[in-house]
Write a new protein. Structure first.
Lengths: 284, 231
């Protein structure tokens, strides 16, 4: 009760400083929020791409059927493989005609089918990662009837890389802003302590516990962080709206992520002020 | 209740403030601590409140030892030992009652008992009528009474007073002395630092300890025949 009242009084006493601290926390968490949004959307994109991750083996025209079905048995025995589709030369041509109607003339005029038959290997969910894809592709390429193996390796690799870069940038930039936010919260707490040094002296004199003396300052830091977290969530949502309208449709992050961010802000505020309290309470 | 055992306090620049001082104060005893300026009176009282620590030797107060009580536990001692000062140290801008209420609130008194207890404490120091006056509007004697009321919020067993009458005229000083005598009569030990020799002479029955340059040079309980005041 006392702590809450005192924390609110401190905010009222120095609204500019509280606003500034909350703003810096907001900026730090906004960076984290933006990268969070990007990471989430990359993740979604990756999942969507991953659903389509498959390995295609083009089959030589002179391949024998037994050869192919033996290879199919072999591959199906691998735990990474979910399903194998055999696409014959005729099916490939049909599909090509459907996909590329502009070239209908070209297709009709041909007397030999230039398209190879192929095996499409669909991977099990959870195994649609670059290294599994590469492993299955390698395995395929050793069959003598296989002419060539294709898979969207560059794409998958690039998305994974992007995701990793995103996470790193989030950590570095978010960390840098968090550091600045921590310094500002520390200064705000120091000023609050200084403004109340007479009360703090009397509290010590009559036997208030250290915890009782500290609590209002920790709470003030927590409130600042909470405010910063909420602001950051609002900024991030604003950016999401703008990008979705003007550039391309994004997915909004799940609620847990937002709540986690806000809680992190509050927690960060408490920790930053705990450091400040440890440092400055001795000086008064 | 209070025990100084060969207590020495050295300050880095000013040198030795107390030099192997030993004395005891029993439960409900009253003593003056005298000596000229810089003799170590305030240092003695600060050590008794564990606001300072001895360089060597041991301070014991109400079962708390300077050797064993960590800074985190000092609050427990402070609730057993009240302290008042020459300059009162009231919170400015607050009324007499608010000053007492503040001390009650920060030491965990429940909300419903804060006001009645503050009123009772103000009555005990004879300030019932002035509860609503701000600290700045009170006379020196009245301010010291507020400070005493504040020192009593946790019903301490010991009251330490550092020159409590130093800023008061004779009448007000006598009033504060009366109050201390009453508190002492109800069982509270009182240790009062003062260099007001007239005041000391006015209460010959009260034990007197004298410091000089950090040494305890006189204790009236050991040599009752000697006259107090040294030189
Ligand atoms: N915090 C400190 N740092 C350095 N020296 C100190 C400190 N506190 C006290 N001293 C020194 O210790 C000695 C005793 O000081 P103390 O305040 O105890 O004297 P006193 O008897 O209370 O004097 P007065 O009657 O003037 O209040 C003095 O020489 C003083 O300068
Ligand atoms: Mg002094």
């Amino acid at each position: 009760m006392h702590a809450i009242r005192e924390a609110l009084a401190a905010v009222r006493r120095a609204p500019l400083l509280t606003g500034l601290s909350a703003g810096m926390v907001a900026l730090a968490l906004y960076v984290v929020g933006l990268f969070g949004l990007a990471t989430y959307n990359l993740h979604q994109a990756l999942t969507r791409v991953e659903e389509r991750v498959e390995v295609v083996a083009y089959v030589r025209d002179d391949a024998r059927d037994e050869e192919i079905s033996m290879a199919e048995q072999d591959l199906l025995a691998m735990e990474e493989v979910e399903q194998i589709r055999f696409i014959s030369k005729e099916e490939a041509l049909l599909a090509a005609r459907e996909d590329l109607p502009e070239f209908e003339d070209l297709f009709t005029g041909m007397d030999v089918n230039p398209l190879p038959a192929s095996l499409e290997i669909v991977l099990r969910p959870g195994f649609r990662t670059p290294d599994v894809v590469a492993r299955v592709a390698n395995r395929l390429s050793v069959y003598p009837f296989v002419e060539d193996v294709r898979y969207g390796q560059e794409w998958v690799d690039r998305l994974y890389l992007l995701q990793r870069i995103g996470a790193m940038a989030t950590m570095f930039l978010g960390g840098a802003f968090a550091l600045v936010a921590g310094l500002i919260i520390g200064t705000a707490i120091r000023i609050a302590i200084f403004a109340r040094r007479e009360e703090i002296y009397i509290m010590r004199l009559v036997g208030a516990t250290n915890g009782f003396i500290r609590r209002p300052f920790l709470l003030e830091g927590g409130l600042t962080g909470l405010l910063g977290g909420i602001l950051a969530a609002a900024f991030t949502f604003g950016s999401y709206l703008v990008v979705s309208r003007a550039v391309f449709q994004l997915d909004w992050m799940p609620l847990d992520w937002i709540l986690m961010g806000i809680v992190a802000g509050a927690l960060f505020g408490v920790i930053a002020s705990a450091f400040a309290v440890r440092k400055y309470l001795r000086e008064v | 209740m209070i025990k100084f055992n060969k207590v020495t306090r050295d300050f880095a620049r000013r040198g030795r403030a107390l030099d192997e001082v030993s004395f005891e104060l029993r439960k409900a005893e009253f003593a003056f601590l005298t000596g000229h300026s810089g003799s170590g009176k305030s240092t003695t009282l600060r050590l008794l409140h564990l606001a300072d620590r001895p360089t060597s030797g041991e301070v014991r107060v109400c079962g708390f030892s300077s050797d064993l009580t960590s800074d985190r536990e000092v609050w427990k001692l402070r609730r057993r030992v009240g302290m008042v000062f020459q300059d009162f140290r009231l919170l400015p801008g607050r009324t007499a009652r608010e000053n007492v209420e503040f001390a009650l609130e920060v030491t965990g008194a429940s909300r419903s008992e804060i006001l009645p207890r503050a009123n009772r404490l103000l009555a005990q120091v004879g300030l019932s009528a002035k509860g609503g006056a701000r600290a700045e509007e009170l006379s020196g004697g009245e301010r010291q009474r507020v400070a005493i009321a504040r020192a009593l919020v946790n019903e301490p067993q010991v009251l330490l007073a550092d020159e409590p009458t130093g800023n008061l005229d004779e009448r007000a000083s006598r009033g504060i002395m009366e109050l201390f005598r009453e508190l002492n009569a109800s069982g509270m030990a009182v240790l009062m630092a003062t260099h007001d020799l007239e005041l000391i002479r006015a209460f010959p029955s009260i034990r007197t300890l004298e410091l000089s340059e950090g040494r305890l040079v006189f204790d009236s309980s050991l040599s009752p025949a000697a006259t107090t005041g040294g030189s």
